[in-house]
Design a protein around this ligand. Structure first.
Ligand code: FAD
Length: 157
């Protein structure tokens, strides 16, 4: 085990030591770190922003790879075809959304405010939780469903 505590890398601030710890800042470093761990038959834990991870106090016995790659390139931008970006996996997701909004690139603005790195968004299938509105349940008695201002008992008084 290393002296690197994973609690320092998670939003929940829990997690013991890493067996091995690698901070990979480029795509090539990420690929190399995964290949090396695979060749050694070690378990791999990828960490992005650490906002959706709960790690045991015992830590992780294998190789922990922290994705620290940043930046993006704009491969195409026009008013008809839209924008095509290649984004590094470690790039902060919300910073990317902010950049898109500031440049009037529509499409991901509803995913603003979600913590973490861009590489995790497809893995986690992120969605705009804050925008989902509660639907009243069919089983709710009148005046007791979500969104009602005051809850009233269905039992006549
Ligand atoms: C306050 C708060 C609000 C949130 N709001 C929302 C919300 O509105 N909608 C929503 O969908 N989620 C929400 N989340 C959850 C979280 O933001 C997302 O799941 C986010 O995608 C996690 O990104 P991360 O980089 O922090 O991932 P991590 O926590 O570092 O990792 C999460 C998982 O993804 C894997 N992973 C991470 N990066 C990669 C990669 N590059 N390649 C392969 N696997 C990878 C990890 O191994 C791990 O299994 C919220 C979390 C918090 C703390």
């Amino acid at each position: 085990m290393t002296s690197t505590l994973l609690s320092a890398l998670t939003t929940a601030a829990v997690g013991g030591p890493a067996g091995k710890y690698i901070e990979a800042s480029t795509e090539a470093e990420i690929i190399d770190a995964v290949r090396t761990a695979d060749a050694a038959r070690e378990q791999v834990l990828i960490i992005g922003g650490g906002s959706n991870l709960l790690i045991s106090d015992d830590g992780f016995p294998g190789t922990v790879i922290r994705i620290a790659s940043e930046g993006f390139t704009v491969n195409a931008e026009d008013s008809c075809g839209g924008v095509a970006l290649v984004v590094q996996a470690g790039h902060n997701w919300d910073a990317l959304v902010e950049h898109a909004v500031l440049h009037a690139w529509s499409g991901i603005e509803a995913l603003s405010g979600i913590p973490g790195a861009t590489g995790a968004t497809p893995v986690q299938n992120v969605g705009p939780t804050a925008l989902t509105s509660p639907r009243p349940s069919r089983r709710s008695a009148p005046g007791t469903g979500p969104g009602t201002r005051s809850r009233r008992s269905p039992i006549p008084s």
